[in-house]
Design a protein around this ligand. Structure first.
Ligand code: AMP
Ligand code: GLY
Length: 423
């Protein structure tokens, strides 16, 4: 079967890399892809928002399955359009993707179906939001309603910081129309973990747990980013918490969405806070996480393509997923200055040497080709990933590969997976 993957980041590189291990795979294409993806798939120069061109490509190239990586095309309804054209596609419809694309939808949904999450209110104007905050205990969490690349969440310490945040989101619209509404919710204490499942509309195939590192600097300092590294499993999510997550969160979400006529197919990603009262939902994503995918898929022993087809066909119960016991660690190498301003076009050295070690893969996130050289082209540049006999070995293997790679201004966290050792 010919497959088209839509996207161009580390997540899509990991998806393509894993798909090439499938016996069922014919030709693999990725739109638009990147130079790393180009080593395992044929890159096609179509942007992820150009849905009509992607459909034409799929029709003309006998694509049996299209896999959507990023949230933007999902929120635009790419899955609905592909299905209308008679094409098989892995991902949620526009209505199902509201779980990610509208925080207010997700919160109201959770309230209605009694899914554990922080208490909240929704506001359409700055003044009413400020009025509400006058009687609130800080910290609180302010979230722009729409998609904001992981940056739309602000945790002000006091009213004056909250005033500035609301001004930025609702008046200056730093996240664009995502800021026309805000959700203000209670601050949850605990450790975070990501739990992802494949969904076929009603049944699930669970993945192994993972943990992301959202802050840019070591010890969780500095501003939030798209994710500076990840590890899997997240030991904090023990078997009993995992069962709670499935029974109190994942399955009720899927049943609730079906009840609303918004059947969820694709990857459901629950961002969890493990509080003293059990797991609570911090956010939903309606797609593979980035960089969680870079540590989850290297642990998948089963055929990813079979799983994705089964879910797209509503037959998840016909397949199972086997997982490698060995942990995986991904260290993101980012451009100097990220998540603020940074420069592109820095030549990257040592990629081949770093990637040639056993059980190590260097996933490309923001890279481009320039006269045959691979150069940086984005905030997050590479996701250097390794398996190991235990978490310590996986960490050592990943950092050993990182030490072989260099580009001007490169920054990365030195403490990925450190929290896994605190237990
Ligand atoms: P989100 O984009 O909703 O995942 O939020 C980004 C980050 O903000 C999360 O990964 C958490 O670290 C933090 N966060 C979001 N909501 C809460 C909350 N209710 N309590 C504490 N931290 C939160
Ligand atoms: N790692 C968080 C995300 O994919 O949004």
């Amino acid at each position: 079967m010919n497959v088209l993957v839509v996207g161009s980041g580390g997540r899509e590189h990991a998806i393509c890399w894993k798909l090439t291990q499938s016996k069922k795979l014919g030709k693999l294409y990725c739109a638009p892809g990147n130079p790393g993806i180009g080593s395992v798939a044929q890159c096609v120069d179509i942007r992820v928002e150009n849905i009509p061109a992607l459909i034409n490509f799929a029709l003309e190239n006998d694509i049996g399955l299209t896999v959507i990586g990023p949230e933007i095309p999902l929120s635009m309804g790419i899955v609905d359009e592909f299905e209308k054209a008679g094409l098989k596609v892995f991902g949620p419809s526009r209505e199902a993707a509201l779980l990610e694309s509208s925080k207010s939808f997700a919160k109201e949904f959770m309230r209605r179906f009694a899914i554990p999450t922080a208490a909240y209110e929704i506001f359409y104007g700055r003044e009413e939001a400020l009025e509400y905050l006058k009687n609130k205990k800080f910290p609180v969490v302010i979230k722009a309603d729409g998609l904001a690349a992981g940056k739309g969440v602000i945790i002000p310490k006091d009213l004056s910081e909250a005033r500035i945040a609301l001004e930025e989101i609702m008046v200056n619209r730093v996240f664009g129309s995502a800021g026309s509404k805000v959700v203000i919710e209670d601050f949850l204490e605990g450790e975070e973990a990501s739990y992802l499942v494949f969904v076929d509309g009603s049944d699930i195939i669970p993945m192994v747990s993972a943990q992301d590192h959202k802050r840019v600097f070591d010890n969780d300092q500095g501003p939030n980013t798209g994710g500076m590294g990840a590890y899997s499993p997240a030991p904090v999510l023990n078997k009993s918490l995992e069962n709670d997550t499935i029974n109190k969160i994942i399955l009720p979400v899927i049943a609730g969405m079906a009840q609303l006529g918004k059947k969820f197919k694709g990857v459901l990603y629950a961002g969890l806070m493990l509080t003293k009262d059990g797991p609570k939902v911090v956010e939903f994503n309606c797609r593979f996480g980035d960089p969680e995918t870079q540590v989850i898929l290297p642990r998948l022993k089963s055929d990813l393509l079979e799983i994705l087809i089964a879910c797209a066909d509503g037959k998840a119960s016909s397949v199972t997923a086997q997982w490698d016991e060995r942990p995986a660690v991904c260290v993101v190498m980012a451009s100097g200055g990220y998540p603020g301003k940074y420069e592109n076009g820095k030549q990257i050295n040592g990629l081949e040497e770093a990637g040639s070690t056993k059980d190590t893969v260097v996933f490309h996130a923001g890279t481009a080709s320039n006269n045959g050289e691979v150069v940086s082209s984005g905030g997050r540049v590479l996701g250097v990933t390794a398996l190991g006999a235990n978490m310590r070995a996986a960490v050592d293997n990943a950092y050993s590969a990182v030490s072989k790679i260099s580009f001007e201004g490169a920054q990365y966290r030195k403490d990925i997976a450190k929290r896994a050792f605190n237990r």
